[in-house]
Design a protein around this ligand. Structure first.
Ligand SMILES: N[C@@H](CCC(=O)N[C@@H](CS)C(=O)NCC(=O)O)C(=O)O
Length: 208
């Protein structure tokens, strides 16, 4: 029986944030596949039994269940004693970037990828809007990473793991990612960490 169970699927960058944290901190964990593309998270039984918010990831540990990737990362940092804040200032700084990530960096990019690459809607006003917003968020993170190797405190923290949710996904969203040279260098630093794995290696792929 593993210590941690993570309800997830490989195409979910939000789940990857938690999966990578579990892996890098060397936890005994097991993925539980969620059939997102066939509507499992919209089923009332799944919502009643797993997550009333209808979202992946969900972490189970010690008889409790946790949702929202930022909260899961915070919980795991506390439990494992790794990649968390060293003091109150760092704690606020980490949360500032995780909130920015959830609101802008991950969410616009993930919505664009979902429509343009996975649902293949083609180019629409919505995809154009999402791309513009994602690029604006990427510029902000790129400018921050021009000044520091990692987002907070000069070392890997859960703020980096939150922002890294979608950056290794292979699909082409129509954003020229090479322009974000500091993000590219930061990705290479994360990839070089012992135990790093790609999301598609770490979690079960969806059938579709
Ligand atoms: N803020 C949430 C976002 C989670 C999220 O949007 N997960 C997607 C999969 S990557 C999902 O389950 N979406 C279901 C839906 O929006 O209906 C988190 O960070 O955990």
């Amino acid at each position: 029986m593993p210590d941690y169970k993570l309800h997830c699927f490989a195409e979910s960058g939000n789940a990857y944030k938690a999966a990578l944290m579990l892996e890098l901190t060397g936890q005994d964990w097991q993925p539980v596949f969620v059939d997102f593309f066939n509507g499992q998270t919209r089923e009332q039984t799944w919502r009643d039994e797993v997550n009333e918010q209808g979202e992946v990831p969900v972490l189970e540990h010690a008889g409790k269940s946790f949702t929202q990737s930022a909260l899961i990362l915070d919980y795991l940092a506390e439990k494992t004693g790794q990649f968390g804040p060293r003091d109150e200032d760092e704690k606020r700084e980490i949360w500032r970037w995780m909130l920015f990530d959830n609101h802008k960096f991950t969410s616009y990019y993930a919505a664009l990828r979902f429509l343009f690459c996975l649902k293949k809607t083609g180019e629409t006003d919505v995809t154009r809007f999402l791309r513009e917003r994602a690029v604006a968020a990427y510029r902000i993170v790129d400018a921050h990473l021009a000044k520091t190797p990692f987002m907070v405190g000069g070392r890997l923290t859960i703020a980096d793991l939150s922002l890294a949710g979608y950056v290794f996904m292979p699909e082409d969203t129509g954003i020229a990612l090479a322009q974000f040279t500091h993000i590219e260098a930061w990705k290479a630093r994360i990839q070089a960490l012992p135990g790093w794995k790609h999301p598609y290696e770490l979690m079960p792929r969806a059938a579709s």
